[in-house]
Design a protein around this ligand. Structure first.
Ligand SMILES: [Zn+2]
Length: 331
């Protein structure tokens, strides 16, 4: 009775109607949040793209309208894309000779097992162009995306990785070293362990659509006096460093234009090493993204964040299921 004194019956009926309306609205909101666009997967299907709770479309009460707005404003990157959770895998070489196998040169069967695991579990391999076009132009990404990368341009990538990628309908990013590939042209016989791909082989792999080429330096892939790869030398001023790196990028582009003629989209840091100015030079040189060697899951929210895409080294010490399951549950 105390309740009715405070809350008269007429007002109670009104309150019940309001409450019912709120329940209907809330259910509607739950349905809206549950029915996601094709490029926004469930949070239990990892690793891939995950829309985060708390993003703009959640809680504004008219998600469908907000979605329409975001489609119209596809040039407004911050509003048109949801955070992307992406695992990127780093391979180097595949060799059958057991005596040559190590953490960077793994048995091809590991790579085939990885491809089988990924395809059987519904993953789609993407390349950096897919990722940048997603953030720049709103191009949808597959529901379960993963990125595979090969560093240094070994001949064994042509020999083993390329046919396996074709067999499973997968793609990968290939980051060769320009000068080493030019030198490979002069080899009489190519070896699965020692040799690099020739420019012609790179061209063949690009044309097939299996590999996307990325910059991995023309001739700066070395460690000398503590300076790794594209790092600035201690005795080098900023202007000289900019000029030296720009020249190497130009040489690489010229060398690779013979291979596929494609505009280079991605900068792959040798050894993951950089200096104070490197990131700025990479951006101003026209690259749209960069791969490093930090072993972390990527949670990408804007094109700005594409300049430090992290990668996990696949060392061939564990099974595919064990390796990928670890990444799937990692936050
Ligand atoms: Zn490398």
């Amino acid at each position: 009775m105390v309740f009715f004194k405070i809350f008269p019956l007429r007002k109670l009926r009104f309150a019940v109607l309001i409450a019912a309306a709120l329940v209907i609205c809330a259910c509607g909101m739950i349905v809206t949040l549950g029915s996601r666009p094709a490029d926004m997967p469930d949070t239990d299907t990892l690793p891939d793209n995950i829309p985060e709770a708390g993003s703009e479309n959640i809680g504004n009460g008219h998600s469908s309208g907000a979605q329409a707005d975001s489609e119209e404003e596809s040039s407004d990157v911050s509003k048109s894309t949801a955070p992307v959770r992406l695992c990127v895998i780093m391979y180097h070489g595949l060799v059958k000779n057991r005596a040559r196998q190590n953490q960077y040169m793994i048995d091809p069967h590991f790579f085939e097992d990885d491809l089988r695991y990924l395809t059987e579990n519904g993953y789609t391999t993407i390349v950096t162009k897919d990722l940048t076009e997603h953030f720049l132009y709103g191009k949808p990404l597959p529901e379960k995306s993963v990125m595979l990368t090969f560093d240094d341009g070994y001949y064994n990538n042509y020999l083993y990785a390329c046919p396996l990628l074709k067999k499973y309908g997968c793609r990968a990013v290939l980051s060769p070293i320009g000068r080493a590939c030019e030198k490979a042209e002069n080899e009489e016989r190519q070896d699965e362990f020692y040799s690099q791909c020739t420019i012609a082989q790179l061209g063949e792999m690009c044309e097939s659509g299996v590999f996307e080429l990325a910059y991995h330096t023309y001739d700066l892939h070395s460690i000398s006096s503590g300076v790794q790869g594209v790092q600035q030398r201690p005795d080098e001023n900023d202007a000289d460093y900019r000029t030296r790196l720009a020249q190497d990028i130009k040489s690489f582009s010229e060398c690779m234009s013979q291979a596929c003629g494609d505009e280079l989209c991605c900068f792959t840091y040798p050894f993951g090493a950089k200096s104070r100015l490197t990131d700025e030079i990479v951006r101003s040189s026209g690259f749209r993204c960069a791969l490093d060697c930090e072993e972390k899951v990527n949670i990408l929210d804007s094109p700005e964040e594409l300049y430090s895409i992290h990668r996990f080294l696949r060392d061939g010490k564990t099974s595919s299921a064990e390796f990928f399951h670890k990444l799937e549950v990692m936050s």
